[in-house]
Design a protein around this ligand. Sequence first.
Ligand code: GLU
Ligand code: ZN
Length: 282
Amino acid sequence: MFTTRFAPSPTGPLHLGHAYSAMLAHDMAQAAGGAFLLRIEDIDRSRARPAWEAQIYDDLHWLGLTWPLPVLRQSDRHAAYDAALDDLWARGLLYPCTCTRQDIAAATSAPQEGAPLLGPDGLVYPGTCRDASRSGARPADVALRLDMRKAINGIGNLWFDEAALPAHRGRVRISAGDLVSKVGDVVLARRDMGTSYHLSVVLDDAAQGVSDVVRGADLFEATQIHIVLQRLLGLPTPAYHHHRLIRDAAGKRLAKRDDARAIATFRAEGASPAQIRAMVGL
Ligand code: GLU
Ligand code: ZN
């Protein structure tokens, strides 16, 4: 069955871009006679707030969206994240990393390195800690990185089907060379979270039976990481619909801090759900 989801983080107000993503996914599920699920991505405990979560439910209901209960909350899913990390650790695919942001910036800006390369998660990790010990029990309270070279060794062809983004529509083949040089050893467990966006989203999409991921084009480059993780963990790969981003009048991407574009602000000003739909071109 066509199953999709909207997966906001309760770290700020929903803005027009979120509304577009949620309504598009909801419309697609309805058209397909499928399911639209909601997932609260609240692993970042330092930024997630119950009030933002309550506002998400309220705004989405106001927009006319419905979803089955209970809603999956990532903060309830740490047992699943830990089990996957234990598995990857036991296979020698993870290593502890103690680098700070500054360490990574300094290592990648050394003159012999050329221009620092930006990957889906920021600077491509220079591999400083790759030789750290991988034996014994999985360490806690430290970041764990995926050894990308080792992860993709013998993994076979990697690809996914992109259903929306015009420049990439069709089968997207993932290059092993790019995974090593342009993505690199991404963090799968952050020290402060015990997991990461990438690991959680892959495990949760599988746990929720998501057949079609509808999300913004800003996550297109991250998808290759998700495909690697699905393959490593024996999980199915959904189809992906990376949709256009809603921009403000100046053509700038909307961010959560742009409260002027918050759904709550439009509501307070008397806008109707139909007007919100029109604003985002639905
Ligand atoms: N929680 C992510 C966000 O709010 C979305 C994750 C996804 O759709 O894969 O940007
Ligand atoms: Zn490190």
